[in-house]
Every structure is written in structure tokens, then in C-alpha cells.
Design a binder for this molecule. Structure first.
Ligand code: UDP
Length: 248
């Protein structure tokens, strides 16, 4: 697998199919897959947070989840051609779990959101085993959460606590968890459950759901405004590291 570096952060040149192809290797052994979204926000805010950087570095699949990542890769002469969206990857994992009767666990989001997401998933993917769910505002302690997940030993664990909580939580707890595949999924349960409306089909078909959601959600709109800053910072980083190499 080819890995590129953007402002010091590793991002893998990888497609949905390649990630799915890797699943059996992890599901049939003790190895743990961590499919983690890398986007401009994580890279910019992760610059001064070594625990986030270390976590991304150690993850097995660092997915290029953001049009900003694809754009910067192109500008730097890299090979990332298309975005691997976290929510889309989660749907592919669910399809796989449905086909091979694997078990999943949902952790995060508001109680009613994770409950509705669970119901929708079980409806749409009747052959997968939904082995449990915990909302992201639970009174359970971290140890109790780990115990509950380990008790049901799911094949897949989807963590939806938003950035940086979900990354920090996974960084702390992956070693203790008896799970094969981990994914951080941000606001995906909100979309899947129908609590946040999906974009019209047209936007989904042309892979621009992110743009639609950014235009109707203030927090996401702000992130779009940060995009040019991210692109410029990434280019400056590249020039600086090139010069540093030349001078050393
Ligand atoms: N969330 C949570 N516990 C918290 C904070 C956030 O479960 O303490 C959930 C929140 O309800 C939402 C998700 O984390 O479902 C974050 O969604 P957001 O859209 O902010 O994440 P992004 O996709 O932007 O990373």
C-alpha cells in the first residue's frame, strides 16, 4: 500500500474495494484493523496534538476522507485520486457483515439516534448480527463500556463521538478491545438514523453529499471556508520540507 504524507500526517492511497479485500485477513486472525478518516480538520488540529498524530500513524488504514485531501494530493503530485468517505465505507462494511453474517456494535451519538440507527441497520441488513449499542452520552464508565463491548465480541465496532473524542477514545482503548475492525464514523449515525437528512439523491449519485451537507450546516460550512487555508498550509509544508532536505 502506498502512503502519502500531508503536513506530516500519513494518508493511504486506497480504495473501498481494497479495504474490503483486506477484511478477511483481520477477521480471521488476532490482527486489528483500524480504518480511520483523515481529513483537513484532523491534520490541521492534529499538528499540536501528538496523541492524534501517533494514533493516525499506528492505524492500519488511513482513509482520504475529504475533498481537501484529494486536492492537496493532486497539487503535490500524489496519487490519491478519489475520496473514501467514512459513511460510505461504513455502508460497505455493513454490506460485508450482512453477506458473511458478521456482528457489529454501535457506540456513540444521542440515545434516540443510536437506537434509530440500530433499527434501520437491522432492517436494511437483516443477516448481520447487531450485538449491541451504547450511546455517546452514557453514564457507564470507560471500563464498563469496554466490558460491555468485549462481552459481545463484535467483529466490527463503529465509534461515533465526533473529532477528537472518537480518535482519543480509540487510541486509549483499541488494545483492550476484543474486536477485529474499528472505524471512527463521526456524525454517520445521525445520517443513517434519519435524524440528519441525507442529501437529495442527485448529490449522492455524483458523490457530492458532503457539499450539500456543508451548505446547509453552519459547522460544516465553516470547515469549507478553512479549505483554502489547509491547501496553502500543505503546500508551504511541502516546500519547507523539500528545502530542509536539500540543506541537510
Ligand atoms: N457525540 C457523542 N458524544 C459526545 C459528543 C458527540 O456521542 O460527547 C456524537 C454526536 O451526537 C454526533 C457525533 O458524535 O452523533 C459527532 O457528529 P459530528 O457531525 O460533530 O462529527 P463529524 O462528522 O463532524 O466528525
Amino acid at each position: 500500500m502506498i502512503t502519502e504524507e500531508i503536513m506530516g500526517f500519513p494518508v493511504d492511497v486506497i480504495t473501498y474495494n481494497e479495504i474490503i479485500k483486506d477484511l478477511p485477513e483481520y477477521l480471521q486472525s488476532d490482527k486489528k484493523m483500524s480504518a480511520i478518516s483523515v481529513n483537513p480538520q484532523i491534520i490541521v488540529e492534529g499538528q499540536n496534538r501528538s496523541e492524534i498524530y501517533e494514533f493516525i500513524k499506528k492505524s492500519t488504514h488511513r482513509i482520504p476522507d475529504g475533498i481537501g485531501i484529494v486536492l492537496v494530493s493532486k497539487l503535490l503530485g500524489g496519487q490519491i485520486k478519489e475520496r473514501v468517505a467514512g459513511i460510505e465505507l461504513m455502508y460497505r462494511f455493513l454490506e460485508y457483515a450482512n453477506t458473511y453474517k458478521k456482528s457489529i456494535f454501535l457506540y456513540g451519538a444521542k440515545p434516540e439516534v443510536v437506537a434509530d440507527a440500530a433499527e434501520k441497520i437491522q432492517n436494511d441488513y437483516p443477516n448481520l448480527i447487531l450485538s449491541g449499542r451504547i450511546d455517546g452520552y452514557t453514564d457507564l464508565s470507560e471500563t464498563e463500556i469496554i466490558e460491555k463491548i468485549n462481552y459481545s465480541k463484535p467483529d466490527f465496532l463503529f465509534v461515533a463521538l465526533g473529532f477528537p473524542k472518537q480518535e482519543e477514545w480509540l487510541a486509549r482503548n483499541i488494545p483492550q478491545l476484543d474486536v477485529s475492525v474499528f472505524q471512527d464514523v463521526g456524525g454517520s449515525f445521525d445520517v443513517m438514523s434519519g435524524h440528519v437528512k441525507r442529501a437529495p439523491q442527485f448529490f449522492i449519485d455524483i458523490h457530492l453529499e458532503w457539499l450539500y451537507r456543508s451548505l446547509i450546516d453552519r459547522k460544516r460550512f465553516k470547515r469549507i471556508l478553512q479549505l483554502p487555508v489547509f491547501v496553502i498550509k500543505s503546500l508551504c509544508w511541502k516546500v519547507r520540507t523539500r528545502n530542509d532536505k536539500k540543506n541537510s
